[in-house]
Design a protein around this ligand. Structure first.
Ligand code: C2E
Ligand code: CA
Ligand code: CA
Length: 703
């Protein structure tokens, strides 16, 4: 910041000082001029006096010898002298002998006159007179003429001499001196001006300007250049200990404190920035930094027509690793695997931890032709066992890939598509899946389902259908299986196979099951009141096995409805029961305490261990419908052995998926207890079920 000369302190000070100085200078000069005037006047008077002395003798002689010519000649001579305006000589009675030039006579028009002043032997008198309307001033030097040239005669005054000088000749003489005085004053003033400017600039203005720019630098410059700037120290060296120096000293101290504190804050900020952009466990970029880099990569790719791939990575069975080996092992797995993936990448690529066991990659220059190679490199690095506390842990990942620009031109979409592809890879457990639009359709449908599921209950979009189960030997009705249905307002009918998994994943399965149990028991009560004393089979998600609260609430629900607990069968799939058999035994025992029966659903697909099967306190096995639907020699054998095994263990057997007369006959041949399938009855809404039940009963009553 620079300040104009007019606004600078030095200039302002100068104005005051100079104003003051000017007044004083004028006063001093005036006094000098007056003194000069007096001085000149007096010296002229002295000159007149000495003139008179040189003239006196000659005049005395001339008067004594009545030599008028001599007097005239004397007067003529004297009047030629520069300062002499005129001269005259009179006798003692003031009668004029002779006169020359400007003189005062009795006829002169005198305005005023001053008292006589004695100078030498004579005296000076000043006259103001008017001559042809102009005023003039004449100084008259009057001196006595004494005849002291001869020794024999006693000296005595014999006449008077007058020499006149004009005021203007004093002024003429003074003029020169005056000019000198004024020039002298001017030179002093200008010199003072410059000296003053120089010193105010050096002592005040420059330090202040430096101080100002130093203050400005505090706001604008970085710490390093602040540290290196020692301009102020230079002033400190030059200036003595004045107020300004004290101010600068205080400022320097303040600046040092600011530098120190700012450095600390900068350090902290750096740290905070690092933390805000990195994951603390792996030290890798986090979600924020990932998107930041993705944005940059995207812009560069748009500009230079480049390609890149986004990979979404999910760990295989990470939850199980955590549950089995502990969280420390889980952390080690995440760190090790992410490091291995990092090592397979180029330095221009990015690996980021998006949260939990989700990672993401930005692979520059990778397209459809090269992704397989990169993918395989990553997968083979991952499958190497990880050593943790002398145990080998085998981890794996599933990756979904999307490409720029084919699969999206904005970061969110690209990542979302990679994520969709990852879910597909996970579902197939194929390691690597490349995004396509079918995946998008499935994923978007899923999003809608998850989003709308909660409201589906409130809005009455859920329904329970019932499928009859028939006693194989007698064709009488054993009971019904409750099967859920969802009629979505835009997607239409959504099969339970699709939304049950999503409900399990989003923890909505509890709510859903509560609704199913209540509705089934309520409808069960209604059927009983219509004289249908039927068994009610309800499907139970494997997820609820781990939910201890569920059992106590189920107990309350069972108590709430006037429906016998021993007419309730809970179906648990074989796979969910066998995931954690010990836990299953424990939970099933508790459920049994409620008085309900337990059925193992989809039996034959879950590789049950016989030893566990024996220990499970169950009542029924349901042969998976795939064995009946495929129906070949192999499946016949499986069906026969399951029925044999179940009977050996004292369990009832249900064959579901019975679609034809042939199948009915077959399972009946093996002594299957209960049959269920489209051959008899499709799952029906309650009202239609009642109609079906009526017709069925009539038919068999007739037989
Ligand atoms: P699931 O428990 O094995 O149910 C039997 C499935 O087989 C039902 O499909 C039923 O409609 C179908 N089915 C019955 N007879 C035949 C037949 O003769 N041929 C063929 N091809 N299929 C037949 P749905 O209703 O679509 O249910 C599918 C699965 O959804 C169920 O399999 C069950 O695992 C689940 N689910 C249905 N309702 C519920 C529920 O309320 N809670 C729970 N947790 N799961 C349910
Ligand atoms: Ca079932
Ligand atoms: Ca089944």
């Amino acid at each position: 910041m620079s300040i104009s000369l007019q606004k600078s302190i030095g200039f302002k000070l100068l104005r005051y000082v100079f104003g003051f100085y000017f007044i004083i200078a004028v006063l001093v000069t005036s006094v000098q001029l007056v003194l000069e005037y007096i001085n000149v006047k007096e010296s002229m008077f002295r000159e007149l006096s000495s003139l008179s002395e040189t003239l006196e003798d000659s005049l005395a002689k001339a008067i004594w010898s009545f030599d008028n010519e001599q007097i005239e000649a004397n007067l003529l001579g004297i009047s030629k002298i520069e300062i002499v305006a005129g001269a005259k000589v009179t006798n003692l009675k003031y009668k004029v002998y002779a006169a020359k030039g400007k003189i005062i006579t009795e006829s002169s028009n005198i305005v005023s006159s001053n008292d006589e002043i004695l100078v030498g032997k004579g005296s000076i008198k000043e006259y103001q007179y008017i001559d042809k309307k102009t005023t003039g001033t004449l100084f008259e030097y009057k001196f006595p003429i004494v005849n002291n040239y001869s020794n024999d005669i006693t000296p005595k005054i014999i006449g008077h001499g007058y020499i006149y000088t004009d005021h203007s000749s004093i002024i003429d003489r003074i003029e020169h001196g005056f000019i000198l005085i004024i020039i002298n004053s001017l030179i002093k003033t200008v010199a003072l001006w410059f000296i003053f400017l120089y010193f105010t600039k050096r002592i005040i203005a420059k330090p202040i300007a430096l101080l100002t720019s130093a203050v400005e630098e505090l706001n604008t410059k970085d710490i390093q250049s602040l540290k290196n700037n020692n301009d102020l120290d230079k002033i400190l060296l030059i200036n003595t200990n004045n107020e300004l120096n004290i101010l600068i000293n205080s400022f320097v101290k303040m600046r040092n404190a600011v530098i120190e504190r700012t450095s600390t804050i900068t350090e902290i900020n750096k740290e905070l920035k690092y933390l805000s952009l990195h994951d603390s466990l792996t030290g890798l970029p986090n979600r924020n930094l990932f998107y930041d880099r993705l944005n940059t990569t995207l812009r560069a790719a748009e500009r230079d027509n480049l390609k890149f791939a986004i990979v979404s990575i999910d760990f295989r069975k990470f939850k199980e690793i955590n549950d089995t080996y502990g969280h420390l092992a889980g952390d080690t797995v995440l760190r090790t695997i992410s490091k291995r993936i990092y090592d397979t990448l180029y330095s221009i690529d990015t690996i980021a931890r998006m949260g939990g066991d989700e990672f993401a990659l930005i692979l520059k220059g990778v397209d459809k032709s090269s992704i397989k190679i990169v993918g395989e490199k990553i997968l083979s690095s991952v499958y190497e066992p990880i050593l943790f506390e002398s145990q080998s842990i085998y981890a794996g990942v599933n990756m979904g890939v999307s490409f720029f620009p084919e699969n999206g031109r904005d970061p969110e979409l690209l990542y979302k598509h990679a994520d969709f592809a990852m879910y597909q890879a996970k579902r197939e457990d194929s390691g690597l899946f490349i995004y396509n639009s079918d995946v998008a359709y499935v994923m978007e449908r899923r999003d809608v389902i998850v989003r709308d599921l909660e409201k589906a209950i409130e809005k009455g979009q859920l329904q329970l259908f019932y499928q009859a189960q028939i006693n194989g030997s007698s064709n009488t009705i054993h009971g019904v299986e409750a099967l859920i249905r969802w009629l979505h307002p835009t997607l239409g009918y959504i099969p339970p196979d699709e939304f049950i998994v999503l409900a399990e994943r989003s923890n909505m399965i509890r709510m859903l099951t509560d609704w199913v149990v209540n509705r089934a028991l309520k409808d069960g009560v209604f059927l009983r009141s219509n004289n249908y004393d039927l068994n009610m089979s309800i499907n139970l998600s494997g997820r609820l096995i781990n939910d201890s609260k569920f059992i106590s609430e189920l107990s309350n629900t069972l108590n709430h409805y006037d429906f016998p607990s021993d007419k309730v069968t809970l179906e648990i799939t074989e796979t969910s029961a066998m995931k954690n058999p010990d836990k299953a035994i424990q939970v099933i025992s508790k459920l049994k305490e409620l008085g309900v029966k337990i059925s193992i659903d989809d039996f034959g697909t879950g590789y049950s261990s016989f030893s566990y099967l024996v220990r499970l306190p169950i009542d029924e096995l349901k042969i998976d419908k795939s064995f009946l639907l495929e129906f070949n020699q192999n499946s016949k054998t499986v069906i026969a052995s399951i029925i044999g095994l179940a009977h050996q263990l004292g369990l009832d057997v249900v064959a579901e998926g019975v679609e034809t007369e042939e199948m009915v006959n077959l399972v009946n041949d093996y002594d299957c207890d209960i049959v269920q399938g489209y051959h008899f009855c499709r799952p029906l809404p309650l009202k239609e079920l009642i109609i079906w039940l009526e017709t069925h009963n009539k038919k068999y009553a007739a037989i």
